[in-house]
Write a protein that binds this ligand. Structure first.
Ligand code: NI
Length: 137
């Protein structure tokens, strides 16, 4: 970890009031921690827009009785096997499955994988979470 540096920020009072309300709602104990998180979030977004090596998670909810859907989901995952670290499949009930696909690779490849999975007919929900390999923070 690099050394801690303090810096001052000038803000409009109303904006600071709104920020303080927001960080209380989000359970931050102080402004510094909230500002650090906001900065990290932006840096992670930047990694994704610059097509850097990143990690992320894709979630899917689907009915496994739709066999063509299941085959399609598996085919798409095999086509991108180098960017998938693991998948976890949970049987939610008699019909519904919840799948978590943990990914690592170039952000554009991961986003393309997500778009292909989301577009499979009868997928009930597809979610996406950007993360970072954490090397730069
Ligand atoms: Ni299942």
């Amino acid at each position: 970890m690099s050394k801690l540096v303090r810096f001052g920020v000038s803000l409009d009072e109303d904006l600071l009031d709104q920020f303080d309300r927001l960080i209380r709602q989000r359970k931050y104990t102080n402004r510094s921690e909230a500002i650090r998180d906001l900065i990290r979030e932006e840096l992670v977004k930047k990694e994704w827009t610059e097509n850097r090596e990143v990690t992320g998670a894709i979630t899917l909810v689907y009915d496994h009785h739709a066999r063509q859907l299941v085959n399609k989901v598996i085919d798409i995952q095999h086509d991108c096997h180098t960017c998938i670290l693991s998948t976890q499949h949970i049987h939610l009930d008699h019909h519904n499955c919840f799948e978590i696909v943990v990914t690592r690779g170039k952000s554009k490849d991961i986003e393309a994988l997500f778009q292909k999975l989301k577009a499979v007919k009868n997928v009930k929900h597809a979610g996406f979470m950007m993360a970072t390999k954490g090397k730069h923070f």
